[in-house]
Ligand binder design. Structure first.
Ligand SMILES: *[C@@H]1O[C@H](CO)[C@@H](O)[C@H](O)[C@H]1NC(C)=O
Ligand SMILES: *[C@@H]1O[C@H](CO)[C@@H](O)[C@H](O)[C@H]1NC(C)=O
Ligand SMILES: *[C@@H]1O[C@H](CO)[C@@H](O)[C@H](O)[C@H]1NC(C)=O
Length: 592
């Protein structure tokens, strides 16, 4: 057996190792500086309680981006030197973020061991490669990201770190081969267990969804499918689940071989970056030849986010989560005994609220950030959640999740949609009848629940002072509804009155924490909303995000052109907020 020795190395702090909610993300070149990764990993070990390090079992894997393989070897050697008992590594170091969450919660090692945490190596939808981004985040025993109390402690430690421990003489482990390698240290044995990256996740998915009914859907001559992994890690799960388990054609997968640089693209599943999928689905300018597939989806680099499309049809993120919630109990065995509750982030459209009301479900509107969903799930209050994502650009993909794990899950969302399609089509899969399509399902949903026409205006790089003034103005204005309504009635007579307005604040029912200043909301009598938020008040300027949402209950009016339906409320939003007066902008930078 190979022996190893822990050695102590001197180091000094690096600035800026503050992990956000999604971990520490920097350019690869930053991570490649001597001791940079080591400092962060040691600070994480220092911040955890001793029992989560000494004798513990840790998972290390990621989306396969450039620098992951080097980082995995470093983390293995540091884990050995810090007294960790075992490290579990997905084959080739690949594992999606939701799959890591599943492994923390579900996997039992050959010797009965369970893991208590994971280093996930990903920068999500950011590009990869020698000059692009790398990232590392730590997830806890419940499978969810480290809470702020821990990330604050990690950061505090990085600011004064002066030593780290590493088993520098431990040989590199071949992570391309499944199997357990045992080494011998002063404190006893240390195992590196390289295992099948997909197995545990597939088992979990099979326990949630009815694979047999989805197989029948794929077996129908009239159902066609396309999945684009954008060269992220989702590709290995797509091959295993959609092709091997469910019977999709190999040709229905595109960009499903993980690449360190994501093929040079952005692993960002939106209408701009998922070009190939968008064209195959008959959307966009350069549609490919032939009949588009019935259903299409894409996932981001680490497969926690996704986009859902029908034939020549885009499903908005807010509609997607509402439709999954509305159909979950009938279509998905995991939810057959009912939903514990549903939740959405504040700026996500209220389509989910209407479903919750119809089905008499517990409902939560939470600030942006995964932890709010995680808390509700840990407390058994929420089964399905969703949020429209905020990137720097006009992201419009869905972040959904369910309480099967404590991360967002892109493949789960695709399986949820396939389950709904399978359920709605269970009696017409023999080729004779016409299939109920994604578009049919969405239109039917609007007929039943009404439609939330929804758009987001981003004003990027606005002068920070001006942005603050605009927000203070809106905060002050909302305190008098008569004033608000007088202004609105003066702008348009065809827009309903505001019946409630506030600066959104959330008291977490689980940990009691209070989040203030989450944005200004104007709620209209007819169910429409305006939301104003300020973000990224950095040195370069601020971004104002304006969410405009027109609710239409009348089934004869749910098929309108979205821009037409929103026009009156857009006019009200811009004039009410004095957008141009405050910011000097006559138009937003991005409209989503
Ligand atoms: C960082 O961790 C080390 C080792 O546990 C500890 O001695 C030190 O006090 C910690 N520093 C801070 C600022 O938390
Ligand atoms: C896709 O995301 C990028 C940012 O990563 C953004 O610039 C672009 O506008 C987005 N496209 C759409 C259609 O949302
Ligand atoms: C289903 O597919 C078969 C075989 O391609 C085709 O002959 C049939 O017309 C299709 N049925 C419908 C309803 O589109």
């Amino acid at each position: 057996m190979v022996m190893f020795k822990a050695s102590r190395k001197e180091t000094s702090p690096f600035d800026g190792q503050k992990p956000g909610t999604s971990g520490l993300r920097k350019k690869v070149t930053v991570f490649q500086q001597p001791n940079y990764l080591e400092n962060f990993v040691q600070s994480t070990f220092n911040a955890l309680s001793a029992d989560k390090v000494k004798g513990a079992t840790l998972v290390v894997s990621g989306d396969g981006r450039y620098f992951s393989k080097d980082a995995i070897q470093v983390i293995i050697k540091m884990a050995a030197a810090n007294g960790v008992r075992r490290v579990w590594v997905g084959q080739n170091g690949l594992m999606s973020t939701p799959a890591v969450s599943a492994v923390i919660r579900e996997r039992v090692g050959a010797d009965g061991s369970k893991s208590t945490g994971a280093f996930i190596l990903t920068a999500s939808h950011n590009p990869g490669g020698p000059h692009e981004d790398f990232g590392i985040k730590y997830n806890m025993e419940n499978g969810g990201p480290a809470p702020e109390a821990i990330t604050d402690k990690i950061y505090a430690n990085t600011t004064s770190i002066n030593e780290y421990f590493i088993a520098a003489d431990l040989p590199d482990v071949d992570i391309s081969v499944v199997g357990i390698t045992t080494f011998e240290g002063h404190e006893g044995p240390f195992d590196v267990d390289v295992f099948d990256s997909t197995g545990d996740y597939v088992t979990l998915m099979k326990s949630i969804f009815d694979f047999t009914s989805i197989q029948k859907l794929f077996g129908s001559p009239n159902f066609t499918f396309c999945f684009d992994a954008l060269h992220g890690v989702g590709g290995i799960y797509a091959k295993r689940i959609f092709v091997e388990e469910l019977g999709a054609h190999e040709g229905s997968l595109i960009n499903c071989t993980p690449k360190e640089d994501f093929g040079g693209g952005h692993p960002d599943p939106n209408l701009t970056y998922a070009k190939e999928l968008v064209s195959r689905m008959g959307l966009g300018k350069e549609s490919s030849q032939g009949e588009p597939p019935e259903f299409g989806a894409a996932a981001d680099g680490d497969a926690d986010r996704n986009m859902v499309l029908g034939k020549r049809f885009f499903v908005t993120p807010s509609d997607s989560v509402a439709i999954i919630a509305a159909n979950a109990v009938q279509s998905i065995p995991y939810f057959s005994s009912g939903l514990k509750g549903v939740a959405r982030s504040m700026p996500t459209s209220a389509a989910l609220d209407v479903v919750a009301k119809h089905l008499n479900l517990k409902f939560f509107e939470v600030p942006t950030g995964w932890k709010f969903f995680g808390n509700l799930m840990d407390a058994g209050l929420c089964s399905i959640c969703g949020e429209e994502s905020f990137g720097t650009g006009g992201y419009c993909f869905l972040i959904t999740g369910s309480d099967h794990i404590r991360e967002k899950d892109g493949i789960w969302a695709v399986l949820a949609w396939l389950s709904i399609l399978a359920f709605k089509n269970k009696d017409n899969l023999n080729g004779g009848a016409k299939l109920v399509t994604v578009e049919d399902i969405v239109r039917q949903h609007w007929t039943t629940y009404g439609r939330h026409y929804y758009t987001r205006y981003d004003y990027e790089n606005v002068d920070a002072g001006a942005a603050k003034e605009l927000m203070s103005y809106l905060v002050k204005l909302q305190s008098s509804l008569p004033d608000v309504n007088k202004i609105i009635n003066g702008i348009r007579s065809d827009v309903s009155n505001v019946v409630e307005a506030d600066e959104f604040e959330y008291k977490d029912p689980v940990d009691g924490s209070i989040s203030k200043h989450q944005g200004v909301r104007y709620l209209f009598e007819d169910g429409s909303r305006l939301v104003f938020r300020l973000s990224g008040t950095g040195s370069v300027g601020a971004t104002i995000r304006l969410y405009i949402e027109q609710y239409e209950k009348d089934p004869s009016k749910t098929g309108r052109d979205s821009q037409d339906a929103l026009a009156p409320l857009v006019e009200v939003a811009l004039k009410l907020s004095k957008m141009q007066e405050f910011t000097g902008r006559s138009a937003p930078t991005v409209i989503t």
